[in-house]
Design a protein around this ligand. Structure first.
Ligand SMILES: [Ca+2]
Ligand SMILES: [Ca+2]
Length: 302
């Protein structure tokens, strides 16, 4: 094998990494770790306030005692050099914007504060439960599960084509949860659908507080997310399409950071409100394309 310069550089680094890791974690040899096994996390949600508890928690960020152990992808077996009863902190981690390299503690799940009994050489399995923050800590700007009938929160047709609108579907094969989901159907002629959240839109916060969108979707075409800026009379000032999702055959949950896209809109003079906008372009090769949505939520920290 011919080693290129990068490979040659990497080998000592990797060797060093293993040495350091083994020194810190399993030396001296009598220092046998206890293990915490976490396969999944549960979410508690007051359905009327924060909607469905269905989540896509991908990581746990764990501290035992005073020691932050790290962020671990699930399922995780976490070595801990401790014995007996210890304080335990578990934060729920997510993938941001569907990009696996962007991982974060989700600010709208309250961390689990508990304690744990550990025995060296043994595995202790736990299923942490986290809750959505209560109403005095977060604001719900949008919540749509399509289950109560009477139209949809994404009711504004922004593309001037009445053939492409957001509708509620109750066909059980296309419903993610509850009685209904939302959908946009396109064909080769009507091949673009742009819909926005309803008036009176969402008020901008004074500072720049964390704000996230949660959404389940499945689609055979590309979906783009946008935020539009409006003045105090709901006059359109600026548009910002900031993220695209690839088609998905299976229902997929995404957590989308809206703080930066909204901050970008602040350059528009007189912005008072913002609107969530979904755009679907028919990118499949069939004669029709349908995109489905459920459990749309926008939360902002108080
Ligand atoms: Ca639903
Ligand atoms: Ca339309």
């Amino acid at each position: 094998m011919k080693l290129n310069p990068i490979t040659i550089l990497l080998i000592p680094c990797i060797a060093l990494l293993f040495t350091v890791t083994s020194c810190e974690i399993i030396n001296p040899e009598e220092d046998i770790p206890a293990y915490i096994q976490i396969d999944t996390v549960l979410v508690n949600s007051d359905n009327l306030f924060s909607g469905s508890p269905t989540h896509r928690i991908t990581d746990v960020w764990v501290s035992v005692g005073e020691t932050f152990l790290g962020a671990f992808p699930l399922p995780a077996r976490i070595p801990v050099l401790k014995d007996g009863n210890n304080p335990l902190i578990v934060d729920a981690g997510i993938i941001v914007d569907g990009r696996t390299e962007k991982r974060l503690i989700y600010p709208f799940y309250r961390r689990l504060l508990s304690d744990i009994d550990l025995t060296r050489g043994e595995v202790t399995t736990i299923i942490p439960e986290v809750s959505y923050l209560p109403s005095d800590e977060m604001e719900v700007l949008l919540l749509e599960d399509f289950d109560f009938g009477g139209g949809t929160i994404l009711g504004e047709d922004l593309d001037n084509n009445p053939a492409t609108v957001f509708v509620t579907t109750t066909n059980s094969a296309d419903v993610f949860e509850g009685q209904a989901s939302g959908s946009i159907e396109l064909n080769t002629v009507d091949n673009v659908g742009i819909v926005g959240s309803n008036l009176p839109y969402m008020a901008l916060d004074q500072g720049i507080l964390p704000v996230f969108l949660e959404m389940h979707y499945k689609s055979d075409s590309q979906i783009q997310l946008g935020v539009f800026a409006y003045d105090g009379d709901f006059g359109l000032l600026q548009t910002n399409f900031f993220l695209a999702f690839v088609p998905r055959d299976d229902w997929t949950k995404v957590y989308v950071d809206l703080k930066e896209p909204i901050a970008t809109l602040r350059s528009s003079l007189g912005i008072k409100y913002f609107q969530l906008v979904l755009r679907v372009d028919k990118t499949n090769t069939d004669s029709r394309s349908v995109s489905y949505f459920d459990n749309l939520k926008i939360f902002r920290l108080k």
